[in-house]
Ligand binder design. Sequence first.
Ligand code: SF4
Ligand code: SF4
Length: 569
Amino acid sequence: MLGNEAFARGAYEGGVEVAAGYPGTPSTEILEFLSKYSTVHSRWCPNEKVAFEVAAGAAIGGKRGLATMKHVGLNVASDALMTLAYTGVNAGFVCIVADDPGMHSSQNEQDSRNYALFAKVPYLEPANSQEALLFARLAFTISEEFDTPVLIRSTTRVSHSRSVVEIGERETVPVRPYQKCAPKFVMIPAFARERRKVLEERLQKLQQWVEETPLNQVELRDPSLGIITGGVLYDYLREIAPSVSILKLGVGYPLPVQKIREFAQQVKRLVILEELDPIWERELKALGIPVEGRNLFPGIGEITPDTIIECLFPEKKREYVEVNEYLPRPPVLCAGCPHRGVFKVLKDLSATVCGDIGCYTLGTLPPLSSMDTCICMGASISMAEGIKLAHPERPVVAVLGDSTFIHAGIPPLIDVVYNKTPIVVLILDNGTTAMTGGQEHPATGKTLSGEDTVRLDFPALGQAIGIPRVERVNAYHIEKLRTLLQEAFLAQHPTLLIIEGLCQLKKRERHTPFAVQDTFCLHCGLCVSTGCPAIENGDVIRIIFERCAGCSICAQLCPFEAIKEVQTP
Ligand code: SF4
Ligand code: SF4
């Protein structure tokens, strides 16, 4: 079973009733798999904070709740986490957060374990799919026993690997009675001060529990080397060095200090193997337990089996046989992508472009090279405001996708209007959450389970918040787009352009492909400057028939009308 499928199965077996999330690699599939169980109410939410609060509300109300997100999503939900740690829950509440060491598809690398320490809540870390299932199931019981939110930290390798899993039955969990209790659930300062003490008392109880839980296991073998580790690194280690002694931490916070001290006494050399931040190492050193860790392993990027071999067991260095040769393929917008023309025009107009998180980040790369900044969800708009304040003379544009706009773009857009910043905001509406594989969102008119629902109307929203000019434009109408942008740059007020064009992965019908007519082509390179992967730039310019999506952008740009639809007999 895929790790994320196992998380979903574990939550299902654990009696979860309400599950909510926002798609983000490598966490996305958890909710997609959960939505297949009709007994669980599963939903995509506009962002992770909303998802976290919906699931937490369900738990407070008496039904087990699950929130799923990737690491950067927990930044968004952290506001709620910090205070839910005070209130506690009622029925079990679990948040699965998937980290992406090595940044396979993320804008940063962060260690979500820090949030457990920060919020003073326990976190579990499974090593493989079987543990993903077991830990997800067990986490609800722990949450209820200690009246606390519980975090489960996954990583790309756990979420996206497959291993054999034994499944069980769904627990029947009665709905817990809900009782109004303001001192517990309403965190005005007077009540919060009391709950602050409860938080510390709970931590003491958890401290006793972690010493005994079988989730933390000592495997005593050769006493010359003892390694404390957890997560997928445990599985790597067992494979690389089956004879070393291991203390496997299934619960990484709070640490089982007593157990660690005993383990330390039983081995000659104690090493901490942890991915990203030296969290355990710092804590143990502060307790006066001599350990090695960051002196051996890197703190940047993913720790792979080869990293462990290189850093700790160089004598085991493996020999590789190259089995596959493949041509490197740079990341590129798909042929026919509705974003391509937009970036081409923005580049032609020398606009300063603040980008956001999504496929359109690829507009940064040559030949489009349009993007100036990209920080986090929603930052495109607020950063564009800042740049405009620094350079009022520049044409400044914020570019973000439909799902991202709903996630974190609405408050900064209100700020644009409120503070009268004359920037241009482009919502690249491709009708899906494209980069994570095409999930629904409030503007697609469908729920996670495929039911029809109310569709968020972007132009109406723009008008409602008072933007002086709101326009919708077809993403493939290059000249119209150019004219609208030029007008917007001259305006002294904010402008919202909703640029509509379905994601290529959503398109059902294929359009007639285009071809270059050699006799008319003067090799000016304008079509090539779109970066379309269907266009080959050799001795002659050629469009690869099978790749061309027939979007017509290259044909619109060709000054010599050398590109035409393929004539079928
Ligand atoms: S029409 Fe031109 S730009 Fe569009 S997909 Fe085909 S080759 Fe690429
Ligand atoms: S834009 Fe037209 S003339 Fe220029 S290279 Fe492409 S096909 Fe040839």
